[in-house]
Design a protein around this ligand. Structure first.
Ligand SMILES: C[S@@+](CC[C@H](N)C(=O)[O-])C[C@H]1O[C@@H](n2cnc3c(N)ncnc32)[C@H](O)[C@@H]1O
Length: 234
């Protein structure tokens, strides 16, 4: 069964152009997540919500054997164009089981700026963890709960589905929740939090985007987590 239409369909080209160079993606999220991933040479990596393949091309350059999946047909097309015909990129919705992936296939599952879209994050994470080797890791980046709270208002502890209109006309719907709820969901999915990183802007941003640098050096925008399967034997 094909995934449902994605809000990113029709906006994928714009996202790809912007995310290649934007301060939030190129100088904030990617340096943080790539630092957390460390040496991936020879590792099998599942990039869930791979978008236009900006991480996939970094992973390939670093010697990883990566598989990308995304709900948006437009994003899948762009990722295939970027990575070439031999790349493993599938049109797949992370709200549904990965019936095509065997248990213990991957060393790393990564979800960058995507898990806040998942309807049932415990079910999604548990299913992704099934495809991990016993000593495998899950690496996640998402909006910092404080940033969502300041942007959306209400109480910090409110957990809800938020709808925003993005420039260009895309309707952005995501889940916001306090930090403890993220932690409880990881645990319920059978994962243990090993590292928590609050993003800091790359030093180069001070030169290229001084206003964004000033903001992000002083208040959090994104957060990253590294998780391990509970009961691993390694
Ligand atoms: C903000 S973009 C991030 C893309 C990429 N991970 C990156 O950081 O460059 C979010 C991506 O998640 C994908 N996405 C959203 N919901 C999804 C779902 N349920 N299943 C799979 N992909 C999803 C979107 O299509 C989009 O490509």
């Amino acid at each position: 069964m094909l995934p449902p239409d994605s809000p990113y369909d029709g906006f994928a080209d714009t996202f790809a152009r912007e995310a290649a160079v934007s301060p939030y993606n190129a100088r904030y999220d990617r340096p943080t997540v790539l630092g957390l991933l460390g040496d991936v040479s020879g590792l099998r990596v599942l990039d869930a919500g791979c978008g236009p393949g900006l991480y996939l091309s970094e992973l390939a350059a670093r010697g990883a054997e990566a598989v990308g999946i995304d709900q948006s047909a437009d994003m899948v097309r762009l990722a295939r164009e970027r990575l070439g015909p031999l790349a493993h990129i599938r049109h797949h919705d992370i709200d549904t089981p990965l019936t095509w992936a065997a248990d213990a296939t991957f060393d790393i599952v990564m979800l960058t700026l995507v898990l806040h879209y998942a309807r049932d994050r415990v079910r999604t994470l548990a299913e992704l963890a099934r495809t991990l080797r016993s000593d495998g890791r899950v690496v996640i980046s998402t909006s910092h709960p404080t940033a969502d709270w300041l942007a959306d208002g209400g109480g910090y502890f409110d957990a809800r589905h938020v709808e925003e209109s993005w420039s260009g006309g895309m309707t952005h719907r995501y889940w916001r929740q306090p930090l403890q709820a993220w932690f409880d969901e990881f645990t319920a999915a059978g994962l243990t939090l090993e590292r928590l990183v609050e993003h800091r802007p790359d030093a180069s941003m001070a030169r290229t985007h001084p206003a964004e640098y000033e903001k992000l050096a002083n208040q959090p925008g994104f957060i990253a987590f590294q998780l391990r399967k509970q009961g691993r034997t390694a």
